[in-house]
Design a protein around this ligand. Structure first.
Ligand code: CP
Ligand code: NVA
Length: 308
């Protein structure tokens, strides 16, 4: 069976734990090295990753490219708008062609059904590089970052402030797999996907929804937010107004535990979902989080190639 990484559950909790351990070890082993140096075991030597972007990206694009290079492989970047996909060639036919040319495919798109369709027709592994539904690669990096900053995952209280979006869906999925709890401060009408929350609760995670930001942040080990307007969504004044009370600022962070971390997948909209004082402050680990996209994705790549 070809391994696809469309959501964290495709791997499961044990594999996610193993992937995180490998990510932490490989990161430590290459500390201080030039970013392009290939690791001695070059486990993905000869492998090519085709990366297809239907939406903008800085971190996902660069980190997948650098990750596979550090493992001895290479990547090809396809901007969907300049491919035949952008002129209406079907996902099924694109999957068939890319499967003959590349060893794995990463897709960033809008409708999650597109990445599922790609996986259905591909003969090589497919990785979800973000859809409107989920962003599992981001959450792998987030979990690694929490662990590296001394936060053992089981039992952790993770507060999310703001929009109930794709990143929150994957965070909730991770809570179910890795046994931590979510305190989601989300205004009414902007909740995350009910299916992810139901599955996480079935796995024993406590997924609480708060209508006040203070309630969500109080006593948290980690405070996370993201843009109030995800890619492809219109910038709506009504939504911005509803989100305003959920801004992560100094007053809100002071309600979390004294050693709480602040995290954000980036790009940040400073002055909206987070203040400069918080993102540039002592609790913020956002640059480690961004770097960890490389290390976590190495594990995702090795997992789809059945090396983990
Ligand atoms: N966090 C994240 O996925 O960033 P990019 O949109 O820059 O890839
Ligand atoms: N929720 C954001 C994440 C960007 C990495 C978006 O989908 O635009």
């Amino acid at each position: 069976m070809t391994r696809h990484f469309l959501n964290l559950a495709d791997a499961g909790g044990d594999a996610v734990a193993a992937m995180l351990g490998e990510a932490i070890d490989r990161k430590a082993a290459r500390a201080g090295w030039p970013k392009g140096r290939v690791e001695a075991d070059a486990p993905l030597a000869g492998r090519v990753l085709a990366m297809v972007f239907e939406k903008n990206s800085t971190r996902t694009r660069v980190s997948f490219d650098i990750a596979i290079r550090q493992l001895g492989g290479s990547a090809v970047l396809l901007d969907a708008g300049t491919t035949q996909l952008g002129r209406g060639e079907s996902i099924a036919d694109t999957a068939r062609v890319l499967s003959r040319m590349a060893d794995a495919i990463m897709l960033r798109t809008d409708d999650h059904a597109k990445v599922e369709e790609l996986a259905h027709y591909a003969q090589v592994p497919v990785i979800n590089g973000l859809t409107d539904l989920s962003h599992p690669c981001q959450i792998m990096a987030d979990l690694q970052t929490m662990m590296e900053h001394g936060k053992a995952l089981p039992g952790l209280e993770v507060a999310w402030l703001g929009d109930g979006n794709n990143v929150l869906n994957s965070l909730i999925e991770a809570a179910g797999l890795m046994k931590f709890n979510i305190r989601a401060g989300v205004p009414e009408g902007y909740e995350s996907d009910a299916g992810f929350a139901a599955r996480a609760r079935e796995s024993g995670a406590r997924i609480e929804v708060f209508r006040d930001a203070a309630g969500a942040a109080r006593g948290a080990d980690v405070v996370i937010t993201d843009t109030w307007s995800s890619m492809g969504q219109p910038h709506m004044e009504a939504k911005m107004a509803a989100m305003q009370p959920f801004q992560v600022n100094g007053a809100l962070m002071s309600l979390a535990k004294p050693d709480a971390l602040f995290m954000h997948c980036l790009p940040a909209h400073r002055g909206e979902e987070v203040t400069d004082a918080v993102i540039d402050g002592p609790a913020s680990v956002v640059w480690d989080e961004a770097e960890n996209r490389i290390h976590a994705q190495k594990s995702v790549l090795r997992w789809v190639f059945e090396q983990i």
